[in-house]
Design a protein. Structure first.
Length: 172
């Protein structure tokens, strides 16, 4: 027969024994309960179960919440080539534009290693390419991008291959 050996209202062991052996160890435990009913046998009583006249399953240890992981600083940084690729065929219009702001944008790109898509200056400049007014400058005479294209460029998460060069060179 199976018996639950109980100390401090907790099952510390479950053994198979005869009643003679149980009598020889009875003094070592607060209580020894025979698992002799169909219900007790179906419960799967084991070490850690509680006992207060009936069995209660152990409380699962609380799983600690994982520490929040800070996203890498470069999460929204994109290498220049992939950034220009996001402009698609419109990159040709940027490269050949006579608009002084677009020319400045193009020159600025050539000096950089990457573009931070969350930099408000980038959003402002791309907005200008879509016809938004740039404070202190005005509006482009012939928009190159649509507002949706600007949104797509700025909000599409940077894929690992889009900032591979900067991660290898600056963040490894």
């Amino acid at each position: 027969m199976k018996y639950a050996l109980i100390k401090n209202n907790t099952v510390v062991n479950v053994i198979i024994a005869d009643s003679g052996f149980i009598q020889t160890i009875q003094q070592e435990y607060d209580h020894i309960e025979a698992l002799d009913t169909e219900l007790e046998q179906s419960l799967g009583v084991g070490v850690g179960w509680g006992w207060d006249g009936s069995f209660t399953p152990p409380v699962a240890p609380e799983t600690p919440s994982p520490e929040p992981v800070e996203p890498p600083v470069y999460e929204w940084y994109i290498d220049i080539g992939p950034f220009v690729d996001r402009l698609g065929t419109k990159s040709l219009a940027v490269d050949t534009s006579t608009d002084p702001i677009v020319q400045a944008f193009s020159k600025d790109l050539a000096r950089r290693k990457w573009v931070n898509l969350q930099d408000p200056r980038v959003a402002s400049t791309l907005g200008y390419l879509a016809g938004d007014t740039l404070q202190g400058v005005g509006t482009i005479s012939s928009p190159i991008l649509t507002s949706q294209e600007v949104t797509d460029i700025l909000t599409t998460p940077v894929e690992p291959e889009e900032n591979l060069a900067l991660r290898k060179q600056y963040f490894s």
